[in-house]
Design a protein around this ligand. Structure first.
Ligand SMILES: C[S@@+](CC[C@H](N)C(=O)[O-])C[C@H]1O[C@@H](n2cnc3c(N)ncnc32)[C@H](O)[C@@H]1O
Length: 290
């Protein structure tokens, strides 16, 4: 295989191999180690495994298609449509979890919010409305208009003051340094590029501001973790949420400072408190010598 062809294949979605990832599987060649996939969905092959795979693609035994158009935007569109589709049954599906866990966790989550100007990301059908701090000025966004429609109905029923806007967390339309706190519950499991979303959250949060997340993540238990990775593609198709995200690591990657991680259930559900660092002006060596 020529170098050019190999480079071309690096830009391919290998359809019949990598069912785990619906974003764009990218091939990374690193010595004898070859990684296919991105973010949380990476299959590792040996170099010889990769050579065999390439041959099968060339022989058309394995289906592969170019991924140039399969960017984060396409993955986002796919995820958004899933939530549009499931909006009608969302509350029903979550009813039991809500009664036996989420309800009290939401209370803990909103207890941690600080300041007046608060952004809720991925508001869904508005399940957090009952926990909003009474004096806060709250803006809530979601990329699914059907979820948002339900949130609007709930807001008017519950007489909750909230500015609801359709927006993608990966491309927030707010100015830098706008909010005192950004809150999200059960959202970063379905954001196609969670680090990009978290960087946006950081951008719109004021310096020294707080980020509070309630999230489910990949279990650290090797057997359970393996099972979660195995079942993940099904979970994504059925509910739109990945059950194997490494959200704590993603927060660190977005250069937010983690203040506290509270385990809520079996190491899978976590309450995560983070902060956007305040930049301290550099005083220079002269002042340090004194
Ligand atoms: C599992 S639901 C959680 C809803 C709500 N936060 C709750 O606790 O019930 C995930 C929500 O995040 C929204 N969401 C996912 N990815 C998003 C994105 N990139 N931008 C904005 N909203 C997103 C979905 O539309 C959905 O409403």
């Amino acid at each position: 295989m020529t170098d050019n062809l190999e480079k071309e294949m690096i830009k391919m979605k290998i359809v019949s191999l990598c069912h785990a990832c619906e974003a764009c599987p990218v091939v990374k060649l690193d010595g004898d180690r070859v990684e296919i996939g991105e973010k949380d969905n990476v299959c590792v092959l040996t170099r010889s495994g990769w050579e065999t795979l390439k041959q099968k693609i060339l022989n058309k035994e394995i289906e592969a298609e170019p991924i140039r158009e399969l960017t984060t935007d396409n993955a986002t569109e796919l995820a958004r449509k899933r939530y549009d589709r499931t909006a009608v049954v969302y509350d029903l599906c979550e009813a039991i979890s809500e009664r036996f866990g989420y309800g009290k966790w939401r209370e803990l989550l909103w207890d941690k919010a600080e300041g007046i100007h608060i952004l809720e990301v991925g508001v869904g059908t508005g399940k957090n409305f009952s926990y909003y701090p009474p004096d806060a000025v709250i803006t809530a966004i979601d990329f699914s208009d059907r979820m948002l429609k339900r949130a609007k109905d709930r807001a008017s029923k519950q007489k909750v003051k909230v500015r609801l806007q359709q927006m993608d967390v990966q491309n927030l339309e707010f100015e830098d340094n706008t909010f005192d706190t950004v809150v999200a519950s059960l959202v970063f499991c379905s954001v196609p590029d969670p680090v990009r979303g978290l960087m946006e959250v950081k951008r719109v949060c004021k310096p020294g501001g707080k980020i509070v997340l309630l999230e489910h993540i990949l279990s650290a238990n090797p057997i359970l973790g393996w099972l979660m990775n195995l079942v993940n593609p099904l979970a994504v198709r059925m509910r739109g949420a990945n059950i194997n995200r490494r959200t704590v690591e993603n927060i660190l990657r977005s250069r937010l400072r983690i203040e506290q991680v509270t385990d809520l259930f079996a190491g899978i559900f976590k309450l995560i408190e983070a902060r956007k660092e305040t930049l301290v002006p550099y005083k220079g060596l002269a002042s340090q010598r004194r």
